[in-house]
Design a protein around this ligand. Structure first.
Ligand SMILES: [Zn+2]
Length: 180
C-alpha cells in the first residue's frame, strides 16, 4: 500500500472578548472545564496509537473551498502528535497519513452544487506532492486550500493538475475577491 503523509496544524483558541488574537496564544489542549479539545483528543489518540494501545484514528479530512463549500479529501490515519514552539506560542502538529486504496465511502460526500468543480482526490494528492504541502504564493503550510488557477466557472479544469495549486487561506481569499 502506498502512503503519503502530511503535517496538519491544530486549532486555535476561539476568538472571544478575553482572547482577541487567537493566532497569538498557545493552541488549547483542554477546554475551561478540563475536557480535551479537538487538539487534545487528537493528541491522546495519536499517543495511544504510538504506544500500540489502538489502531490509528481514522480522520476524514474536509477542506473549506470557500464559504459553504467543503471538499472531501479522503480518509487519513492520525499517526503522531506533538507540540511545537512557533514564533510566539505553542501549536499542535499532527501527522496524517493518506491511505491510498482505502477510501472510505461509508459516509456520503457532502452535496455540492457543481460536481464538475470538485477536484478528484488523485489530483489533489499529485498537487500536494508537487507543491510540497505549501502555499504556492508564500510557502505557508497552514490552512491550505486547493485552488483552480483558471476558475472552474471560466472553463478551468478540475482534473488537470496544471490548473490546480495550493494556496493558504489568505491567498485563496485575496484571489477569490479578484476574480470570482
Ligand atoms: Zn499564501
Amino acid at each position: 500500500m502506498k502512503e503519503e503523509c502530511f503535517i496538519y496544524e491544530g486549532h486555535n483558541e476561539n476568538k472571544t472578548a478575553v482572547c482577541k488574537y487567537p493566532e497569538l496564544v498557545d493552541q488549547p489542549e483542554f477546554t475551561k472545564t478540563g475536557k480535551p479539545t479537538e487538539n487534545g483528543k487528537f493528541k491522546l489518540a495519536a499517543l495511544a496509537y504510538k504506544s500500540n494501545q489502538q489502531s490509528p484514528e481514522r480522520v476524514r479530512v474536509y477542506e473549506k473551498i470557500k464559504d459553504g463549500i467543503w471538499s472531501y479529501n479522503g480518509v487519513f490515519h492520525l499517526e503522531d502528535a506533538w507540540i511545537e514552539q512557533a514564533e510566539h506560542r505553542k501549536v499542535f502538529k499532527f501527522t496524517l497519513t493518506a491511505v491510498i486504496g482505502e477510501e472510505d465511502d461509508s459516509q456520503p460526500v457532502p452535496t455540492h452544487p457543481n460536481p464538475g468543480r470538485m477536484i478528484p482526490t488523485s489530483v489533489k494528492r499529485e498537487v500536494w506532492k508537487r507543491d510540497n504541502g505549501q502555499c504556492a504564493q508564500c510557502g505557508s503550510t497552514a490552512n491550505l486550500h486547493f485552488d483552480h488557477i483558471i476558475p472552474w466557472s471560466k472553463g478551468g479544469s478540475s482534473t488537470d493538475i496544471q490548473n490546480i495549486q495550493l494556496l493558504c487561506a489568505a491567498h485563496n481569499l485575496s484571489k477569490s475577491d479578484g476574480i470570482m
